[in-house]
Design a binder for this molecule. Structure first.
Ligand code: HEC
Ligand SMILES: [Cu+2]
Length: 322
């Protein structure tokens, strides 16, 4: 084959590709470089398109509309405010990314049982190094925890442990008890048993020791983090786990009918006090893989994840100022 022949073949093939892809690209990218995006409930297809390319520093214009019910649109791990996406209306959103990486956009309205599956990706290219999720391995991986195993608490308190009452014994605590590493890698029941074995705490009653466990939890959070965690919980978790953590949210029964699993009961001390923050974080990041528990890793920032975890323990512990 002569080289001119090869060249002409490449040209023909190249021409064909352009002809095929041109109408498709034109549909996605409108006259002013605006992408029109249509939302449908996940069972009818979710977002179209569901993968979008963008460049750092270059504004991305989206026109959002719904083909069925009201949806919402937000980008995970970003502080861009969520907008509503209404049938028969266009909502314009302009996004500019400073960091390259793959961002997840998602629906923020409870449009149905598969609501949380209404997700898509924005692939942002650029020169800058850091990606939005470059936070290293999560704790459950480094600690080699089995996040799917049951974690019954070896011991549970009689009443509600009270962080304020615990504060008065805080000077007796062994060094390192309040360190984040310790708090995150131990369940409250494990912490309780470790404190019971401390000679310096031998004079404390069981109730007083549990109060100290609550104090350790409270020392590892702040009122601001708890308030942020409460908001995240109300928006994203209560529909399954229930407003009061009893596993009785509006979608709990449907989740059980679909997967055979029920949303975890954070209000149940026998299970919750056996869970370390690291175990809870693992499940939140990864999701249940078929249990109905969504994966929140691409949606919540590291800080938001710890905020909601510290909030989950309010179903077990009493805070100082309450
Ligand atoms: C669509 C329903 C649904 C939503 C929404 C949901 N969950 Fe879950 N979640 C479940 C189910 C079902 C389980 C139990 C099965 C499992 O562990 O995978 C579970 C389990 C968990 C566990 C494991 C608890 C344990 O003791 O091991 C944590 C932690 C958790 N969810 C946190 C959250 C948080 C935080 C949110 C919101 C950001 C959330 N979930 C939203 C259904 C849901
Ligand atoms: Cu939706």
């Amino acid at each position: 084959m002569k080289s001119s022949e090869i060249l002409s073949r490449i040209l023909v093939v190249g021409g064909l590709l352009i002809a095929i892809s041109a109408p498709f690209v034109a549909k996605l990218v409108g006259a002013q470089g605006t992408i029109e995006m249509h939302g449908r409930m996940a069972e009818s297809g979710g977002w179209a398109p569901d993968v979008i390319q963008a460049k750092t520093g270059v504004p991305l214009h989206l026109r959002l509309t719904s083909e069925d019910v009201t949806h919402g649109f937000a980008v995970g791990q970003s502080d861009i405010p969520a907008v509503d996406v209404l049938p028969g209306k266009m909502t314009d959103v302009t996004l500019t990314f400073d960091k390259p990486g793959t961002y997840t956009f998602y629906c923020t309205r409870w449009c149905g049982i598969y609501h949380w599956r209404m997700r898509g990706k924005i692939e942002v290219s650029g020169d800058e190094a850091a990606s939005p999720q470059s936070i290293g391995s999560p704790l459950y991986v480094t600690l080699k925890l089995d996040i799917d195993a049951l974690h019954p608490a070896a011991v549970t308190p009689v009443g509600i442990p009270d962080a304020q009452r615990g504060a008065q014994f805080s000077t007796l605590l062994p060094a390192g008890s309040l360190a984040p590493d310790y708090y995150r890698s131990h369940s409250p029941a494990q912490t309780y048993l470790a404190l019971r074995a401390e000679p310096a705490l031998a004079a404390l009653s069981a109730v007083e020791t549990w109060d100290l466990v609550a104090y350790i939890w409270q020392s590892n959070t702040t009122p601001g983090a708890l308030a942020a965690g409460q908001k995240i919980f109300a928006q994203n978790c209560a529909a399954c786990h229930g407003e009061t953590g009893k596993g009785d949210g509006v979608f709990a029964a449907q989740t059980n009918a679909l997967t055979g699993k029920s949303p975890a009961k954070f209000a149940d001390p026998a299970s919750m006090l056996g869970a370390s923050p690291a175990v809870l974080q693992g499940k939140i990041l990864r999701g249940g893989m078929g249990t109905g528990m969504p994966s929140w890793g691409p949606i919540l920032t590291d800080q938001q994840t710890w905020d909601v975890i510290s909030y989950l323990y309010t179903f077990q512990f009493k805070e100082s100022n309450k």
